[in-house]
Ligand binder design. Structure first.
Ligand code: CAA
Length: 240
């Protein structure tokens, strides 16, 4: 059955692959994006998937954005909290703004999206929320106290909200990707990235589509008994 699905940070990288996969599953997919207008236009032109602009770290903007999506397409039954940024740097160099922006967007975005959509899912008795966490939220990572804290927070948020949604048919799960061949990972300095890849047992970076396949399962009818879980998709880099 086709449902309305919103994918935050949906016009690039992992989010783009998730949008395309959910569309192929027969859903009405809406991509959210924050700033890259040019890429969003190209994405919509190539895929036919509408893109709505708001900052998921902004509470009021997120409520308004989701209300607009619902007015245009109907109730949102599936949310993929994928939007995220990095501001890497060791603690002694990291500014308060680097800390705050990553927490505000990566973790605050999950709260804001849930506030906008979870009450409706609960009332209708069906919903799927998938939060994109990270291997670095599970294991930590040098130079990422902000990102690791936000992603680790996402894993806790997932388990707490899953308990609230369970009796209303709303599942809440997380996926913890490892290093995936996106722009975000390409921004890691080459010598550092080479060392990271050398530690991945499968011997390569992951592909965005490999995360999207996990999302497809967790959002499907078949995934109804899976809630509060974290699916690690990381080539064996961290066995958790
Ligand atoms: N453990 C221990 N020491 C480390 C280390 C590690 N993992 N990484 C670097 N160091 C050491 C270096 O060897 C170096 O030591 P020496 O001075 O003695 O040689 C020192 O720390 C400084 O390293 P850099 O030269 O790299 O320092 P920098 O200040 O230029 O950069 C950094 C620091 C920005 C954190 C950089 O190391 C970096 O970008 N690291 C990658 C961080 C990372 O993995 N980010 C993931 C982004 S993708 C993502 O987050 C998606 C996802 O979910 C997986």
């Amino acid at each position: 059955m086709g449902r309305v699905a919103v994918v935050t940070g949906g016009t690039r990288g992992i989010g783009e692959a998730i949008c395309q996969r959910l569309k192929r599953q027969g859903h009405t997919v809406i991509a959210n994006y924050a700033g890259n207008e040019e890429k969003a236009k190209a994405f919509t032109a190539a895929t036919g998937i509408p893109a709505y602009r708001w900052d998921v770290g902004d509470h009021e903007a997120t409520l308004a954005g989701c209300a607009q999506v619902e007015a245009d397409h109907g109730p949102i039954d599936i949310v993929i909290n994928n939007a995220g940024i990095t501001r890497d740097g060791t603690l002694h160099r990291m500014t308060f703004e680097d800390w705050n922006e990553v927490l505000r967007i990566n973790l605050g975005g999950c709260f804001n999206m849930a506030k906008a959509t979870f009450p409706g899912m609960r009332e209708r008795g069906w919903g799927r929320i998938v939060n994109i966490g990270s291997i670095n939220g599970q294991a930590g990572q040098y130079g990422q106290v902000n990102y690791a804290a936000a992603k680790s927070g996402i894993h806790g948020f997932t388990k707490a909200l899953a308990q609230e949604g369970a009796k209303f048919g709303v599942t809440v799960n997380a996926i913890a990707p490892g290093y995936i061949d996106t722009d975000m990972v390409a921004a890691v300095p080459a010598p550092v990235l080479e060392k990271i890849i050398a530690k991945i047992p499968v011997g390569r970076l992951g592909h965005a589509e490999e995360i999207a396949r996990g999302v497809a399962f967790l959002t499907s009818e078949n995934g109804g008994f899976v809630t509060g879980s974290t699916m690690s998709i990381n080539g064996g880099q961290h066995m958790y």
